[in-house]
Write a protein that binds this ligand. Structure first.
Ligand SMILES: C=C(O[C@H]1C=CC=C(C(=O)O)[C@@H]1O)C(=O)O
Ligand SMILES: [Mg+2]
Length: 469
């Protein structure tokens, strides 16, 4: 069954209008139906002219959940720094409180859901490329596709205050029919790279050397994650559709995300889950400590073993485990954390990986509270967090924007998942800004850290058609 029974949706819509009239303010109407198979990339691209600037894409490593949103019925955002997580949560609660939701499927992600992210550090310098992004930005899409374990669902969200809003409903239903019947994604113009530039690599290495000295002199600060940037320019406008197609084909083991906002799109392929909450179950992951890969299997295994036995990388990793364990113990009982890390092998890099699992003590715990407390983990910030953040502000002298911060979704039933926005870039017009960072500890060697960040640029560079570093 691929089409909504219009009479059913109209009946439900009229109930919503009635509620809005009673309340004397607009409310959210949300309607979910099951679909036949739909290609998520086609869904993202098929109504590009109508929705460009307000789209999102999300895919988890095992393909179990794919979520694609078009348009923004409500855009939740805040320029507040400190209370951005709470602000988004309370705006979301307000929207859901009065909503009329028709969703007969008990499937995570279906029904009303917001997708978006947060800035890494509200107190950092501001650079022009991030000027349109605030400190938190979430879309409640007008049309949303959710693919969960092979089944597909379509949700329509409309703000409704009177029967006049039926026009928008009719319009969205027409657009939906067009999207579902157009199998081919529209022609995506291929653009070529004009120039790619690592921003001040020598200055960055010197900054790493300074931080290493500081870590050796100061017995308070133990770890600082330092990031750097690449600027890539193209001979035409680069589209997120094109980049997502590449990431889809090239980064199967990653969380693939795209968050479009006006003329920009923050996109990437991150290996790292921050937190997932489905019902009472919580998952998190400690991922820190890295080594390159090798095409030769034996050499690759040897590299992995070397990483597992390397004191510097184990230390980098352990800081993350200790912090995540402390936070998760606050929220969960039955916490399970592996005693020893294993290897997580991505296409370009291998990491030390310790999975974390638990059950929430309090059913009403919001995933955003957990994300707030976890951010930034010592895989993105450092130890102790406050000192590390101050050092990052001083030595990086760069606006990370949404890089290295939580990006993901939460639904109206409290389910959700956030990854950290690494292996990522901001694309804007004819430009892309790529970000990569590394955990600097007392034993770090600046040249090695530089090399590690070069590897971490590769997933995005490849997706953009760049020369591999
Ligand atoms: C900050 C990044 O990576 C983090 C995640 C995994 C391993 C890391 C490392 O070994 O340094 C970093 O902490 C990045 O990719 O930009
Ligand atoms: Mg590292």
């Amino acid at each position: 069954m691929t089409s909504i029974q219009h009479s059913k949706i109209e009946t439900e819509f009229e109930i919503a209008v009635g509620r809005a009239k009673d309340k004397e303010y607009p409310i959210l109407f949300s309607y979910t139906e099951i679909l036949n198979n739909m290609n998520p990339l086609s869904f993202y691209s098929s109504a590009k002219q109508l929705f460009q600037g307000k789209r999102f894409f999300w895919k988890v490593p095992d393909d179990e959940t794919i979520i694609v949103g078009l348009g923004s019925t409500y855009t939740l955002q805040t320029s507040l720094g400190e209370h951005r997580f709470e602000t988004i949560q309370s705006e979301w609660n307000d929207l859901i409180k009065d909503a009329h939701i028709y969703n007969p499927y008990n499937v995570q992600g279906t029904g009303p859901l917001i997708f978006g992210g947060f800035s890494f550090d509200p107190d950092s310098v501001e650079e022009p490329e991030w000027s349109s992004f605030t400190n938190a930005l979430f879309h409640l899409p007008e049309l949303m596709l959710v693919i969960d374990k092979q089944s597909s669902y379509l949700t329509i969200n409309i703000r409704c205050s009177s029967i006049k809003d039926k026009d928008r409903l009719a319009q969205l239903l027409r657009i939906k029919e067009q999207i579902l019947s157009s199998s081919a994604s529209e022609n995506i113009l291929k653009v070529d790279i004009h120039q790619e530039e690592e921003v001040n690599p020598d200055a960055w290495k010197k900054a790493v050397a300074n931080v290493v000295r500081l870590l050796n002199d100061d017995n308070e600060v133990r770890k600082v994650v330092m990031a750097r940037k690449m600027n890539v320019t193209f001979n035409g406008e680069i589209s997120s559709d094109h980049v997502l197609n590449h990431l889809w084909n090239e980064q199967h083991e990653s969380f693939i995300f795209a968050l479009e906002w006006l003329d920009s799109c923050f996109t990437g392929a991150s290996p790292e889950r921050l937190v997932k909450k489905i019902g009472d179950n919580i998952l998190s992951a400690c991922i820190a400590g890295s080594i390159k890969r090798d095409k030769d299997e034996k050499k690759d295994v040897a590299l992995g073993q070397a990483l597992l036995n390397d004191d510097k990388n184990r230390q980098e990793h352990q800081f993350v485990v200790s912090m995540i364990q402390e936070i998760m113990n606050k929220y969960c009982h039955d916490l399970e954390i592996a005693i020893e890390p294993t290897l997580m092998k991505m296409r370009d890099i291998q990491h030390l990986f310790t999975p974390v699992k638990g059950t929430v003590k309090n059913k009403n715990t919001s995933i955003l509270s957990i994300a707030k407390d976890l951010h930034p983990t010592p895989a993105m910030g450092g130890v102790p967090t406050t000192d590390a953040m101050q050092i990052i502000r001083e030595v990086e002298n760069m606006d990370r924007g949404f890089y290295a911060a939580p990006i993901g979704w939460l639904d109206y039933q409290g389910n959700g998942e956030f990854a950290v926005g690494i292996r990522s870039s901001l694309i804007k017009g004819k430009e892309a800004f790529l970000y990569a960072g590394c955990g600097v500890v007392a034993d770090s060697i600046p040249e090695d850290e530089y090399f590690e960040t070069r590897i971490k640029f590769r997933p995005m560079l490849r997706a953009l058609g760049g020369k591999q570093l």
